[in-house]
Design a protein around this ligand. Structure first.
Ligand SMILES: [Fe+2]
Length: 276
């Protein structure tokens, strides 16, 4: 009954700045953390929160310090993977004291629970918006899958290995998707791949695998599916995703970040409204 929260694309910037001139990403992360803490008694216990990249907008040491300060009130432990906006070495330095942070090489991580194996893959290609899995990461993936041959697997990474229909984002998806799918073809347990990067919730099935992207707690990539769609963002409601392991399957739920009114009892009994 492992429960994993996924937070992605927080895009924290240095003090006094707004991401893209409009998004107060720090305030929105603060709001997301408060919302999570408020609902933990309703959805917990949650074992870990996985941050799937773009913790920061420009990968500066100050932005990582701000991210950590904003996440400090979170009442559950978290792990983090890099996205294309992150700086691998600045992120490694910022989280050097964390047991899940490798001392060298790709920022991959593995967390083995009784009922699921969580593998985080580093897809960052320095200086590029798209992602790719290095040979070192693919070999590491093979070794981890061989080490835990019987568990369902949740693979978390920043870049999605599928198109969601927004052209300028699909152009910067995971370039090595076919290699990843080939590596996973012989894996007997169920595999779910969950990503960030596109700042939207989307689900697909590719080669028998469930593949997911999750929203940001901050801004969304505008849902513009025209062929000539400009790269643009929308201040849509932010979200977080809960992955709940049930009977060997993963139930993934989108949690919009409030506050929202309620809960109100369907039978109109005297249930007090709670604001979260
Ligand atoms: Fe992002």
């Amino acid at each position: 009954m492992t429960r994993i929260l996924q937070l992605s694309d927080t895009h924290i910037v240095d003090e006094g700045r707004l991401a893209y001139g409009v998004a107060d990403t720090a305030a929105l992360l603060e709001k997301a953390v408060a919302h999570l803490n408020a609902i933990l008694p309703l959805i917990g216990p949650v074992d870990v929160l996985a941050v799937t990249g773009d913790l920061t907008d420009f990968g500066t040491p100050e932005a990582y310090r701000r991210f950590q300060a904003l996440m400090a009130p979170l009442e559950i432990p978290y792990v983090a993977l890099p996205g294309n906006h992150d700086d691998r070495e600045a992120m490694r330095a910022a989280f050097a004291s964390e047991p899940w942070m490798p001392e060298s090489g790709p920022l991959n991580l593995a967390v083995a629970f009784d009922d699921i194996l969580v593998l985080g893959l580093d897809t960052l290609v320095p200086g590029e918006p798209y992602g790719a899995l290095s040979g070192e990461t693919l070999d590491w993936l093979d070794a981890e899958l061989n080490r835990h041959p019987d568990k369902p697997v949740l693979i978390a990474m920043h870049h999605p290995p599928f198109d969601i229909g927004i052209g300028h984002m699909d152009a910067q998806r995971l370039k090595t998707a076919d290699i990843l799918y080939e590596r996973l073809a012989s894996v007997p347990p169920h595999v779910t791949i969950t990503c960030g990067h596109v700042h939207r919730f989307a689900v697909s099935q590719i080669r028998g695998l469930t593949v997911i992207t999750v929203p940001s707690p901050s801004h969304a990539v505008a849902l513009d599916m025209r062929a000539d769609a400009p790269a643009a963002l929308m201040m849509e409601p932010g979200g977080i995703v809960l992955h709940d392991v049930r009977g060997g399957s993963i139930v993934s739920q989108l949690i919009p970040i409030g506050p929202f009114e309620g809960p109100y009892a369907f039978d109109a009994a005297a249930l007090e409204p709670v604001r979260v």
